[in-house]
Design a protein around this ligand. Structure first.
Ligand SMILES: [Zn+2]
Ligand SMILES: [Zn+2]
Length: 123
């Protein structure tokens, strides 16, 4: 039996036209994620590494390698990973990011959630 939590999605819609992913959660909350933000915040090890290097470097630079500018990011494929996560293939060919629903819910970009987010930066 699958436990039901507020961080379980009731519905996931990938809107390629609008370039957003919309998740409606079991508690009725609705989160809209832009592809740009999802690609930028890709949780895989290599992106994580690239981000921390970028943060340590004084001048904020865009990711090296084949990077898509904001406005160009497109999802070419999406699939569920078990019942706990989503995986996307991006138009730059990157596909190693596993976006858990916990992470997505915690990073809900809506005003309501941003307000209640603790401002303590990790690391
Ligand atoms: Zn990545
Ligand atoms: Zn929210």
């Amino acid at each position: 039996m699958i436990p039901t939590r507020s961080s379980d999605p009731a519905e996931v819609i990938v809107e390629r036209q609008e370039r957003v992913m919309i998740i409606t959660w079991r508690d009725g909350h609705r989160s809209v994620y832009s592809f740009d933000a999802l690609r930028r915040d890709c949780p895989c090890a290599s992106c994580d590494d690239a981000r921390s290097k970028r943060l340590n470097a004084r001048n904020l630079q865009v990711l090296s390698g084949p990077v898509l500018k904001p406005g160009e990011v497109q999802v070419t494929g999406s699939r569920s990973v078990g019942w706990y996560a989503l995986n996307f293939t991006w138009s730059d060919g990157h596909d190693t990011g596993i976006y858990t629903y916990d992470l997505l819910r915690a990073n809900c970009p809506c005003e309501q959630c941003s307000d209640s987010t603790l401002s303590g930066a990790r690391g």
